[in-house]
Design a protein around this ligand. Structure first.
Ligand code: 1GP
Length: 248
């Protein structure tokens, strides 16, 4: 029987294995081939696909290209319901629990639910938390929500706890694409102590040191997007750093 993407994540988490996800922007289809090849060579765990705004590319074309190049699971990280495509391996069904925009907490999910069911895609309910990263990001602007202040670890902790109690299966803490500062270690470790479900951390991570800090603080999956688009050799460096970390 095929193991679900979520079960494989939980399995790795319980074995103490940290993961790297590379975020591919559907607007940059031209650059994806080189990044995906590097993901293959270095053994990246997951590919995330999506964004707050897709203006020139398409999800369908991106999935098609990625699937031709790799067997790494592709998880949709959708900015809206238009980015759902059953050919991906799973969908991060995001509920923006850091915000108070009802459309992004439940409204859009109601509209998308029958379509998700029909597509047959594995939907993984995810508590999505925007954490202030020192600038207004596309995610906070488009969602019309205020991120959790970076120095209020207790708000992040209680929000994640509530998300887990509501039955969400993942927590994704995001400083937003291109954030000035990634989510800090104190916030990550407070959330880690409060929930058992896997934790994803992304936004503004540009170096192996920042990724290692996030893994050490308790992230199970670190996501890197922008920095890899600028220089995809970072994928290899991150995977080497991850292997070193696991051997400690
Ligand atoms: C954004 O977490 C992702 O939603 C990745 O952010 O592009 O800054 O790496 P970056």
């Amino acid at each position: 029987m095929r193991v679900s993407v979520y079960d494989s994540l939980v399995h790795k988490q319980s074995a103490g294995q940290k993961m790297l996800a590379v975020l591919i922007d559907p607007d940059h289809v031209d650059r994806l081939e080189e990044s995906v090849r590097r993901c293959n060579e270095s053994g990246v765990d997951l590919i995330f696909l999506g964004g707050s705004l897709v203006s020139t590319g398409t999800i369908a074309e991106s999935i098609e290209r990625i699937k031709q190049l790799t067997d790494i699971p592709v998880l949709l990280f959708p900015g809206d319901e238009l980015q759902i495509d059953g050919r991906a391996d799973a969908l991060l069904l995001l509920s923006l629990i850091s915000g108070r925009n009802p459309e992004l907490l439940i409204g859009k999910h109601v509209v998308a639910a029958p379509y998700i069911r029909k597509s047959g895609i594995e939907a993984i309910s995810t508590g999505y938390m925007l954490i202030d990263g020192g600038r207004v990001t596309t995610a906070s602007y488009i969602s019309g929500t205020v991120p959790i202040p970076a120095d209020k670890a207790e708000i992040a902790m209680c929000t994640a706890m509530a998300g887990e109690m509501l039955g969400l299966k993942l927590i994704y803490m995001d400083a937003g694409s291109g954030a000035n500062q990634p989510v800090n270690a104190r916030t990550i470790s407070s959330v880690r102590e409060a929930v058992r479900i896997p934790i994803i951390v992304g936004g503004g991570i540009r170096s192996t040191a920042q990724a290692v800090e996030a893994w050490r603080a308790g992230a199970d999956i670190v996501v890197v997007g922008n920095a890899i688009e600028d220089d995809n050799t970072l994928i290899t460096d991150l995977m080497n750093a991850l292997q070193d970390l696991q051997q400690l």
